[in-house]
Write a protein that binds this ligand. Structure first.
Ligand code: FES
Length: 122
């Protein structure tokens, strides 16, 4: 499946994240401090809690339970205790709609490559 609507831009706090389900996958749609949008797996790889409840700062989201931070572009943990990356998904904009492609992750949570973030399509 290709990109599908996750939310509207107006739904997103700035900065911050919301949790959505896409094809049964929990996804955190995140607005970073610089306004850039990201979509990541919403499940922390340490103990499987929702990352959308975490604080967004410096290009990362912090897990609220034990404090691991994950890079929003690569999915890599930047601090312990998490050691495995999370999946990062492509984000596009169509008008006010935020579209996420969960079927074609930029990084799948097991391998990482340098990611690209929101591409505007207006
Ligand atoms: S559950 Fe996320 S760091 Fe422990």
């Amino acid at each position: 499946m290709s990109a599908q609507r996750a939310c509207s831009q107006a739904d997103l706090p700035g900065p911050g994240a919301i949790r959505v389900l896409l094809d049964g996958e929990p996804v955190a749609v995140v607005r970073a401090e610089d306004g850039e949008l990201h979509a990541i797996s919403d499940t922390c790889t340490h103990a499987e809690v929702s990352l959308a409840e975490g604080e967004v700062s410096d290009g990362t989201i912090e897990c609220w339970l034990h404090g691991s931070c994950f890079d929003l572009r690569t999915g890599e943990p930047t601090s312990l205790p998490a050691i495995r990356p999370i999946a990062v998904y492509p984000v596009t904009l169509h008008g006010d709609d935020v579209l996420v492609d969960v079927a074609n992750p930029i990084t799948d949570g097991t391998t990482t490559t340098s990611g690209t973030a929101a591409t505007k399509e207006r």
